[in-house]
Design a protein around this ligand. Sequence first.
Ligand code: S3P
Length: 448
Amino acid sequence: MKNVELTKAKSLKGEITPPPDKSISHRAVMFASLAEGRSFIRNFLKAEDPISTMNSFKRLGIEITEVRSQTPPQPPLAKGGIQGGVSSELIITGKGLHGLKEPFDVIDCGNSGTTVRLLSGILSGNKFFSVLTGDDSLKQRPMARVINPLKEMGAEISARNGDKYLPMSIKGKKLRAINYNMPQASAQVKSCLILSGLYADGTTIITEPQKSRDHTERMLKSMGADIVVEGLTIKVNNGARLEAFDVTVPSDFSSAAFFIAAALMVPDSEVLIRNTCINPTRTGLLEIIKAMGASVELQDIRDVSGEPVADIYCKTARNLKAAKIGKELMPSLIDEFPILCVLATQADGVTEIRGAEELRVKESDRIKAMATELKKLGVELEEYPDGIAIKGKASLRGNVVESYHDHRIAMSLAIAALVAEGTTTINNASCVDISFPGFFEELKRITR
Ligand code: S3P
């Protein structure tokens, strides 16, 4: 596991195309596998998490061919922008909702919560035996949130420690529709139940407490699934065939977020972030940036395979001010919590982020990780069970910090290093490959 050293940046200049969206890449592989016929997935994120999904579906008997490895496609208006991240083009021959075959061995979902939670919904409707597991982080993440409603639908599931943690075994059954009020806003749980709903007798009704990312609904509807969204309620009927599709994955806003924050914080910076998905269920960070007295410019807003996409122009913010962030915005900035903590260190006043208890059960306990590591860089802060208060504007001092093997912690600390005096060493930094292979190289390329 490599350790990476970074020093303070004078400025950031240039263009970057972040890697393809992770959530959309996972879904594209899963849904293409369940469709009938050949689907094309262009600009698939070739990073560890979506590769876990791809390998899982290969184990389930799906033929997936990588046509070529490529860098992300340039939007038409781009002039000479240098590409970043690695992607590939996939052809997937789907076998229909009931065409998966019983896996010969345990399916290892690696570090990927999206893989295991969405897959559990699919496997519950397929009448064979399967076992899902993951790495040490995934084995500590809560699975009862999918196991309980799936059991209610009739699936036979057992899991470690009283049906709470991986490994889990699933015996697929004829499912019955349920009417389910989700206790927490979670796109993974919602998507799991939408998928099991495709197999269930009757209309499955799912209601979320707050709107979480809606890539599943958008993509499945475009493929012909019978899904109706009414506010926070989603109604799913079985019976529809999924049509094969041709999808182009845009760049990931959550990967762009590191560069947005960096450009706002580092003096004399100007960065154009290309081809980025700006689905409103993902862009809560932009609202916070406004509340902090700064802004970014969304240029050339367009549609790419049913998702809104833009180029994001960012430059140094003068006088960032502290903001109060509550539960309402949390689902739309769930993965941006670590980088938002870093941004808060450079804002005048105390930034308070509350209602963020879900962050304790991500790839790491992200509240504890950011509190511990930012303190090492000299930040004054207070940790709460459901969030954090950060005092700015702080003078950061370089130090040795830990990634907790969590990609978003490693990348957030790398951005903090750009405004810290001296040298910052990030231990175990190769976890960035989970979502953003080439992150450090891209950061270096635009750093002056
Ligand atoms: C994801 C949903 C979110 C997010 C994760 C990806 C998805 O998790 O944090 O990185 O692709 O559906 P939750 O649904 O658990 O909030």
